[in-house]
Write a protein that binds this ligand. Structure first.
Ligand code: SF4
Length: 117
């Protein structure tokens, strides 16, 4: 999950973790790390390596914007769609009006931050 620098700083401040313990730069984009054992986000409380297993977000109240808007993602035409990779997408309604703009703004911020490094 791509995150902004401000989100990383907030996660570090609120969890007491070093940023390097939960995020990495991938192709210039700051991204949440996966736990090597569970193969899920380091903040997901689960003891299963099954990608569809139940889990609880340990930073739910301060989770990044991309987590808040998931499973809505942008397609190649910059339209908000349900992520094909989400196993629970059938339980969600179509993207609410305005989701495209929210995701485009977020993407722009993340890409701008990445290119500034
Ligand atoms: S919602 Fe929580 S557990 Fe899921 S990717 Fe975001 S930070 Fe990680």
């Amino acid at each position: 999950m791509p995150i902004t620098k401000a989100e990383a700083a907030r996660l570090a401040r609120r969890t007491g973790m070093n940023e390097a313990d939960f995020a990495v730069v991938n192709d210039g984009v700051l991204t949440l790390l996966n736990n090597a054992e569970t193969r899920a986000c380091v903040f997901l409380l689960t003891d299963s390596a099954n990608a569809n297993a139940e889990g609880l977000c340990s930073v739910y109240e301060i989770r990044p914007k991309g987590c808040q808007t998931y499973p809505y993602v942008l397609n190649d035409h910059d339209q908000a769609v349900l992520d094909e990779g989400c196993p629970h997408r059938a339980q969600f309604p179509p993207p609410p009006e305005g989701t495209d703009a929210v995701l485009l703004n977020l993407e722009e911020r993340i890409v701008r931050e990445g290119s500034a490094d």
